[in-house]
Design a protein around this ligand. Structure first.
Ligand code: FE2
Length: 294
């Protein structure tokens, strides 16, 4: 369902604090990807812990997939632009994520899952975002939901922006997911050449944009494809204004309320202290992490 919405009122837009180039890496059983949000940025972009981008039409880059591996202490959000990936976890959930679909998984106290491609050729493109959980929820019940593309609310603006609202709220449209502690906003915005998009953002929330088609401008700063723009957090700023360059542009706009808690990470475990990390590693080694009751 598509609705045409007027622009949101933004009087004092945020500027770009810095541009970040992603780092080529591989993860899982050898899947090639670009790590856009890396560990040194976790404090600056609290509550976000990681953003990976993947795009390849070479099956050798993705076929190995992500066989069984654990998570504890945070949430993973996988957004598939193109391709098919099957998810299975120790809590008994199974789902097929494809073209435009989103999987939101709260690992909380822990689960073991696999994320495996269900295609032998063709393009695979998408993103995985890690969102931290507050200390009080890290050992809560795991939670999981799949959203097909048609279940992601979408609207267009008078200037021609098409906006998919994965989480949070934009122009009065509520997203597929609402999370209380971190209040994440997760938008996928498509702009025709020269079009403009405005989004209000709470002043205290950390925010960034990642461009994956064309080029955008935020204030004085041109943001080319495959760059993340970290938005400055001036206390009087009330949102962001984005303009497309001379070709169609597409970008993710992500923002959230910082938790302000200590971050202790060891691979797929993100807790508050080293002791909790040791406990996670022990629980995993002794087979308690994916169990119904640890
Ligand atoms: Fe995973």
């Amino acid at each position: 369902m598509t609705h045409v919405r007027d622009p949101e009122m933004v009087v004092r837009p945020r500027s770009v604090e810095r541009l970040v180039v992603g780092q080529a890496t591989s993860d899982g059983a050898g899947v090639k990807l670009t790590r856009v949000l890396t560990q040194p940025l976790q404090r600056r972009l609290d509550p976000f812990l990681m953003l990976d981008a993947f795009r390849s039409d070479d099956p050798g880059d993705y076929l190995a997939g992500f066989p069984d591996h654990p998570h504890r202490g945070f949430e993973t959000v996988t957004y598939m632009i193109a391709g098919r990936m099957r998810h299975r976890d120790s809590a008994g959930h199974e789902g097929l994520l494809e073209n435009g679909g989103v999987q939101w998984m709260s690992a909380a106290r822990g689960l073991i899952h696999s994320e495996m491609p269900e295609q032998e050729d063709g393009l695979m493109e998408g993103f995985q975002l890690w969102v931290n959980l507050p200390a009080r929820d890290k050992m809560g019940e795991p939670w999981y939901r799949d959203f097909a593309a048609r279940e992601i609310p979408v609207f267009t603006t008078a200037s021609g922006a098409t906006v998919r609202v994965i989480a949070g709220e934009s122009h009065g449209v509520a997203g597929a997911v609402t999370r209380e502690a971190t209040e994440p906003l997760y938008l996928d915005v498509e702009l025709p050449p020269g079009a403009r998009f405005t989004q209000s953002l709470p002043a205290g929330h950390n925010a960034f944009a990642y461009v994956y088609r064309g080029e955008i401008r935020i204030g004085e700063t041109a943001v080319p494809r495959q760059r993340m723009a970290i938005l400055a957090g001036a206390p009087e700023a009330d949102g962001v204004v984005v303009e497309a360059g001379g070709e169609p542009a597409r970008f993710l706009l992500i923002a959230g309320r910082p938790l302000g808690e200590p971050i202790a990470q060891y691979g797929p475990f993100v807790m508050n202290t080293q002791e909790e990390i040791y406990a996670a590693v022990n629980d995993f080694r002794e087979g308690r992490l994916g169990a119904t009751r640890p």
